[in-house]
Design a binder for this molecule. Sequence first.
Ligand code: AMP
Length: 638
Amino acid sequence: MTSPYDALYRQSVEQPEAFWAEQARLIDWHQAPTQILDASRPPFCRWFVGGQTNLCHNAVDRHLAERGEQPALIAISTETGSERSYTFRELHAEVQRTAAMLLELGVRRGDRVLIYMPMIAEAAFAMLACARIGAIHCVVFGGFASGSLASRIEDAEPKVVVSADAGSRGGKVVPYKPLLDEAIRLSAHKPAAVLLYDRGLAAMELMAGRDHLAGAEGQKHAQARVPCTWLDATDISYTIYTSGTTGRPKGVQRDVGGYAVALAASMQHIFDGRAGETYFSTSDIGWVVGHSYIVYGPLIAGMATIMYEGLPTQGLDRQPDGGIWWRLVEKYKVTVMFSAPTAVRVLKKQDPALLRKYDLSSLRALFLAGEPLDEPTARWISEGLGVPIIDNYWQTESGWPIITLPVGVERRPAKFGSPGIAMYGYKVKIVHESTGEELTAPNEKGVVVIEGPTPPGFMQTVWRDDQRFVDTYWKSIPGQLVYSTFDWGIRDEDGYYYILGRTDDVINVAGHRLGTREIEEAISGHANVAEVAVVGVADALKGQVAMAFVVPRTGNAATDNADAMKLEGEIMKRVADDLGALARPARVRFVPGLPKTRSGKLLRRAIQAVCEQRDPGDLTTLDDPATLQAVRAAVAAG
Ligand code: AMP
């Protein structure tokens, strides 16, 4: 017998237009689409052609009549000890005020606005304000430093940057303004204006003519009425940068209508989130999860969304509290929660009694994503919470889950180690990496690919670089125009997928995606670095950490401990200053040479295997065995 989800899935891939036309009814349209899908220029897809809508209207305005006085955004900071709830009506006012400020600074439809903000409500106001007036937002994670920020400013060419005096992590204030000033100095493109929120955490030096304080500007526009601009469904809503194999980050570009429909559908079929309830995602607006499931998804569904700034182990009184998230679940009657395995591994070190201290009966499921979910972590949290733990696999590029369990449609048993089955709209396949042949037998390892047309919400292209989109994602499997996820995987006899790590040089630190090339570029800028290789190494808490192997230009770093410590410190600081603390390697090890093939290609995988005490595999292409021996010795030396 066909299950409800099997029927839904089949229709989504066999009759995508009929399926998505139905899903499109979940949102408000100013003008209904005339064509559901235009796939005439593969691999590009244009969804809901002719339709006009607006993400902000769907997230905010359309709820006013029915739930204007219900909570929409609950901003909590255990860093500053603040907690504030905005109703849909208050959110509507705040967003219009922010939109008015952007308009006054000259922002128009299609202009870019770069948002470099901590996890405060104003960051969401800024995103929604952009969506409202048809500006393209480009949110850059607040943990990134000047170098990362500069390359994004240069690529996005924002008219305005929205930022704040500082973020805070674990009680430590991180001033943003100096990082932003330095990034603008480094960038060839200079934004016309910078709008700054002053949280009173760090002093700011304002640049006359360019920098504007949101407090003063906002007062002028307190009663502003800014209507939603009706946008074409195929217009650009935002870009978000992500790492790949080259040092240059890619601007993943998304549309308006397809994204709104995809999120609305996922809130129903995947997350089972209902209007009037509360959604709590512990991610950050700097990541795709923050876009889809802190800001847009829950609000489109008419849910209140919690924005959380702080560690999972500190309370609102800024004292240690490993139960703060559960306290919030109880207080706000959270029904759907979304986090990452890393966060759960941090919580696992806390007293398990904390989980039983609160009334968590409102919670229906906990979704985890961003990195592989290991069995001990899954079991621990599943036993502790007593609700289904749903792993979900997706990427910045997809915008919403590719593989998970469709909790809103039917209950399927979870299998440890597997995020689940293919979601509707996704034709997921496993193919042989070099022949491109589809591997249909169960449990054969290959590359996880998606056959077009890609569903609504999926990236439209790489910002201003269609060729890069095609070449990077659609040309890596020989002889086939399929989208590569760059993940290894297998599918078992029941259709459950298992994700087995990246096929490229991307690493995943605490659920955050980093390109080893970017870290290598930051390190090789140090005057005393001749060569460098960065690899991702398994870590019990963070999933992976970056490990750097450096060939020093001069001095005795390879043998002299004091030299090595000094250089290691300098290199770590360089990476933190350039990319952010997240990218800082766990260790820098010094070697006289790096293992390479005869043609000069770095054997990162062999280095990684040595670090993880695994067999480095086939070494027939290794040019000089002494180099790998030196890596072994450096690792053994600790
Ligand atoms: P990002 O674009 O930062 O979300 O990173 C996407 C990558 O993270 C994927 O290509 C996978 O390598 C990894 N990833 C995300 N979710 C999962 C998951 N549930 N299980 C295993 N790997 C995951």
